[in-house]
Design a protein around this ligand. Structure first.
Ligand SMILES: Cc1ncc(COP(=O)(O)O)c(C=O)c1O
Length: 407
């Protein structure tokens, strides 16, 4: 039967037409996006940038004002934009391997790479999951390095009842499309430290405006309002995905075709107002997706030979999607062969560990990252999209079970 609907690859907060009513007297409140985010994260201030990547560039430029060190340690399995941001800030990215079966750092690898040249260690909370940031802070501080928490995919996740992103010296989040709260392309950077905050302000204030790109983003945000729904997803996302899969271009299929030439500019007032209005619905949306995740996790946990990446101890993450790990690459590929192009929100996160992207390989020739490479080869993701039906989720679980039994 022809299926027109499509699950979104991640659980994102849909916009309401009311979010677009930005005339002051029609707005429920005049609290800014920055103020709402700061209060949601539990800090005095939050700074909005044009992407998570731009937020990281701003963070690194701010730290450069406070230290002459040149190296930034990053996870070997993370978003390629992280490496590009470090390179854009004229710093040297250094890859630390993950621990087996996880994206979190291997402590041995991390300790061997952090030294007096390390400006910062970027600690990632991937896929809404809370990583072991306290261990990272211990290693970084022993060498006088800063810690930047990459919570691009984890706005709303908490560790010991405090927001992730507030444990290190700086935290950043993405407001990109597909994230919980989105202004189509956006980011947030925060710090508890007053001196760092002053440096962040200074860098942020000196960014240029880009009115043309800002207009395009506003248009894209309006398109997101219309298309972020079951039928719209097929048009906005599914067609492109299936096209790329047919051609075998996995990097483009998942959007890992990142470019060194990315924009860093100020965000316009309209998009911030739309985001501020939508932000009011974020807590209840996250509650809803967490509830949904409990049921879905229980279903996944019944399948033998499959593990789902969970939070570090004391963590209560958010659930945009699930990272599922299989016992072998062959099995993972069999599952994807049956599900990736089926409109069910099953796919891959990042195709490679960072050194295996052609455009990043020259920067990481000597990096040894076997665990991150194994993680990339054995994992896939399942959406926690709210409109994916119970029946469809059960179908996904059945296909995985069949493949485990078969292979
Ligand atoms: C872990 C991680 N860090 C950084 C980024 C960059 O964020 P953005 O896409 O908003 O630039 C992403 C993007 O999804 C990400 O997943």
């Amino acid at each position: 039967m022809l299926k027109l609907t499509e699950a979104a690859p991640t659980a994102g907060l849909a916009l309401s037409w009311r979010d677009f009513i930005t005339l002051p007297f029609l707005q429920k409140s005049r609290v800014t996006l920055e103020e709402k985010l700061a209060s949601f994260i539990g800090l005095d201030e939050a700074q909005v940038e044009c992407s998570g990547t731009a937020a990281l560039v701003v963070a690194l430029e701010a730290l450069k004002m406070l230290s002459d060190r040149q190296q930034v340690v990053i996870s070997a399995y993370t978003c390629p934009w992280v490496a590009l941001a470090v390179i854009r800030a004229n710093l040297t990215p250094v890859l630390a391997d993950s621990r087996p079966g996880h994206f979190d750092y291997c402590q041995k690898s991390l300790k061997s790479l952090v030294n007096h040249q390390t400006l910062a260690v970027v600690h990632t909370h991937l896929a809404g999951r809370v990583g072991e940031v306290e261990k990272t802070i211990g290693v970084a501080k022993s060498e006088g390095a800063f810690v930047i928490e990459d919570a691009a995919q984890s706005l709303g996740a908490r560790l010991h009842n405090k927001s992730v992103g507030t444990f290190g010296d700086i935290g950043f989040y993405s407001l990109g499309v597909g994230k919980g709260l989105t202004i189509f392309a956006g980011g947030v950077v925060v710090s508890k430290n007053l001196k760092i905050r002053e440096a962040l302000h200074l860098v942020g204030e000196n960014l240029p405006h880009n009115y043309l790109l800002e207009s395009r983003r506003l248009f894209e945000l309006i398109a997101y309002y219309f298309l972020y729904r079951p039928v719209g997803m097929g048009l906005a996302f599914g067609r492109h995905l299936r096209n790329k899969l047919k051609r075998g271009d996995l990097i483009q299929a998942v959007g890992d075709d990142c470019s060194f030439n990315f924009p860093v500019h100020k965000v316009g007032t309209w998009r911030k107002k739309i985001g501020a209005s939508a932000a009011d619905r974020l807590p209840s949306f996250l509650e809803k997706t967490t509830k949904l995740s409990e049921k879905r996790l229980a279903q996944l946990s019944k399948i033998k030979g499959v593990s789902v990446v969970l939070d570090a101890e004391g963590g209560a993450g958010v659930w945009p999607f699930f990272i599922v790990q299989m016992e072998s690459e062959v099995l993972r590929n069999e599952v994807l062969g049956h599900l990736w192009n089926k409109r069910l929100g099953v796919g891959r996160l990042f195709i490679h560990a960072l050194k295996d992207y052609d455009y990043l390989a020259p920067y990481f020739m000597d990096s040894k990252i076997p665990n991150a490479q194994a993680f990339a080869s054995r994992t896939f993701i399942i959406t926690n999209c709210i409109w994916l039906s119970e029946r469809d989720f059960a179908r996904i679980c059945d296909v995985i079970s069949e493949q485990v039994a078969h292979v």
